[in-house]
Design a protein. Structure first.
Length: 273
C-alpha cells in the first residue's frame, strides 16, 4: 500500500488496538484514545493524545473533532456513534474477538490497514509460540480445575481466549467461558485454582472478601491458598499482553514448572504499588 494512503491520524477506542499499534511502532499516529488505553500502554501517556469515550459510550462529536482517518473499535459498540462516524466518511475498523484465532486475525487486520503486515505476523508468531511452549512444558502434567472470573457482580467467567490460555498452561477451565454463573455453581465445581481478573479493576480484586462472602472457604483452592488476582490488562486485553497473562496463569496452575512473574497476586498478599 502506498504510504500516502495509510492512516496517519488514528482514534483507538480499544486498549488492545492501542497496544498493537505500540508494538508495531506506530503509537505516534494515535491522536485520540480512551483512558483505558492510557492505563495499559505507558507510551501513550507521553504523547498526550485526546482522551475520548470507549466503544460503548462513544461520542461521534469527540471523534470527528480530532479529524481521524481511521477509527478502531471493538464490541460492545454504541451503534449510533458508529453510524455517525461512518456518515462522516471516516474509515472504521470494528473488532469482535472471542478466541485466540480471532485475536490473531485482528492483529493482522490492524497491521494490514496500517501497512505493517510483516510486523503483525511477528506479533502473531510471538503469541502462538508462547502458547506452544506452555503446552509442551505441561504435556503429561496433571490438569487442576481452574475457575477464572472476568467480573464479580454478577459473576462472569473469563472469555474463551482465557480458556485457551488456561488449557495451554496445563489447567482445566471449568464453567462456560464468557457466561454468567453463581457462587453456588462455582462452589459445586470444586475449583483447585481460582483466578480473578476483573475488567477495569487493575490488580485490586478483594480476594479475601470474595472468598468469605461467597462461602468458598472450603473449596480446594481456598483451603490450599491457591486464590489469585491477575492484573486486568494481562487477561482482558486481547493483544500481545496476553503473553504475560499466560505466564501468570502457568505459575498459578503449575508452580512446580513455571516461575513467578509480575502481574499476579496471591490471597493474603498486599497490593504493591
Amino acid at each position: 500500500m502506498r504510504s500516502e494512503h495509510l492512516p496517519k491520524r488514528v482514534v483507538s477506542l480499544q486498549p488492545s488496538a492501542t497496544v498493537t499499534l505500540d508494538r508495531l511502532g506506530l503509537l505516534d499516529r494515535v491522536v485520540a484514545c480512551t483512558r483505558y488505553c492510557a492505563d495499559v500502554c505507558d507510551g501513550i501517556q507521553q504523547l498526550d493524545p485526546v482522551i475520548v469515550s470507549d466503544s460503548w459510550t462513544a461520542q461521534a462529536e469527540q471523534i470527528v473533532a480530532v479529524r481521524p482517518d481511521l477509527v478502531i473499535a471493538s464490541v460492545p459498540y454504541q451503534l449510533e456513534a458508529v453510524a455517525e462516524i461512518l456518515k462522516a466518511g471516516v474509515r472504521f475498523l470494528g473488532l469482535s474477538p472471542r478466541t485466540m484465532n480471532d485475536i490473531y486475525a485482528d492483529t493482522m487486520a490492524i497491521s494490514g490497514v496500517m501497512g505493517e503486515a510483516e510486523g503483525g505476523a511477528e506479533l502473531v508468531n510471538e503469541l502462538k509460540s508462547a502458547l506452544l511452549r506452555a503446552r509442551n512444558k505441561t504435556a503429561g502434567a496433571r490438569r487442576p480445575r481452574v475457575y477464572c472470573e472476568e467480573w464479580g457482580k454478577p459473576l462472569i467467567h473469563s472469555q474463551p481466549w482465557v480458556q485457551e490460555l488456561v488449557e495451554a498452561a496445563g489447567g482445566e477451565f471449568i464453567g462456560a467461558a464468557g457466561k454468567h454463573t453463581t457462587a453456588d455453581a462455582v462452589r459445586e465445581l470444586s475449583p483447585e485454582v481460582i483466578v480473578a481478573a476483573w475488567c477495569g479493576a487493575g490488580d485490586r480484586v478483594p480476594l479475601e472478601k470474595i472468598i468469605r462472602e461467597r462461602l468458598w472457604q472450603e473449596t480446594p483452592a481456598a483451603r490450599s491458598g491457591r486464590v489469585y488476582c491477575v492484573a486486568d490488562e494481562l487477561l482482558n486485553t486481547p493483544a500481545n499482553t496476553l503473553v504475560g497473562g499466560l505466564q501468570a496463569l502457568a505459575w498459578a496452575i503449575h508452580p512446580e514448572l513455571f516461575s513467578l512473574v509480575p502481574g499476579i497476586r496471591s490471597i493474603g498478599e498486599a497490593v504493591v504499588k
